[in-house]
Write a protein that binds this ligand. Sequence first.
Ligand code: BGC
Length: 331
Amino acid sequence: MNQKKFIYSILILCLMITVSLSIYFYNQSQQYQSNPQSLNTSEEDSPAYHFALIGEEMDHDYWRLVGEGAKDTEQNYDVFVEYKGPRRSNPEEQLKLLDIAIQSQVDGIIVQALNDDFLPMINKAVDQGIPVITVDTDAPNSARSTYIGTDNYAAGQLAGRTLVKDTDGQATVGIVTGSFSNAHHQLRVEGFRDIVEQEDGIEIVAIEESNITRVVAEEKAHKMLTDYPDITALYGTSALDGIGMVAAAESLEMDHLYMINFDTLEENIQLVQEDKIDVLIEQKPYEMGYRSIELMIDILENSSVQDVYHTEASVVRKNDLDQVQKAGDFP
Ligand code: BGC
């Protein structure tokens, strides 16, 4: 009898422990679902601002630098930066991420505005009280608060002036551009055209888009050089175009071509060191990311901001490689 009682008591005790643990874990999971950030941080510990940064492509060295710059502000400001983007360039997916950020009611959104399709979504965020900053590519007709990034038209002109100078105004040019439909690439081509077309000795004979991949850049450059074997210079407007242009020229044994391309990514620097690319137009992706967060804090704390903040774009040749801005060089 006593033994029976003892077993019952043990069973009741086990039941009580099971029920208490279930209630505890249920409460914990409810708390986590309503606020995923609350897993490791108490209310008082969570940062003052939660921002979303949405870039063009996660698996890309240029965007890694923009993301790194933005994330590094977490060490100096009371912010949490959620950096997101499609794995491969995909404007529709980018727009979905923008919508998710709006639905999540983040405190501010920093986004690359690739084209006019981004306007309604940017305006939707602003209508809901979420300030938006455009980075790398602007949407000046949207309700965004400010833009931080390269003056893409002026950078195209800079590339044009450099090519005119380096070729003594004599060149047959092929252009590989990231995309025909993206605002910043259009501006980089437009600025370039406006300069070189003033020269009688320069003619642009072909233009192709690379979809910002090195593989397509190579394919298109190869086709261009085959169709127009008299091309003497290639201009690439996005970060990986130069790698494709060099590969195409090498496979056709056209090693005399003048090459000018955007961005001082490691692989491009290597090609300049090997004399395969003549000039890089340097942008400041790390600085864009870092300063975009500082500007968003200013906006939220009622400091006035300018309409546009242009980061520097400059010419980098083999002799200037030690001056290229790296992640740790800013601020
Ligand atoms: C552009 C970025 C682009 C990258 C792609 C850069 O020059 O500024 O917008 O995503 O190239 O290769």
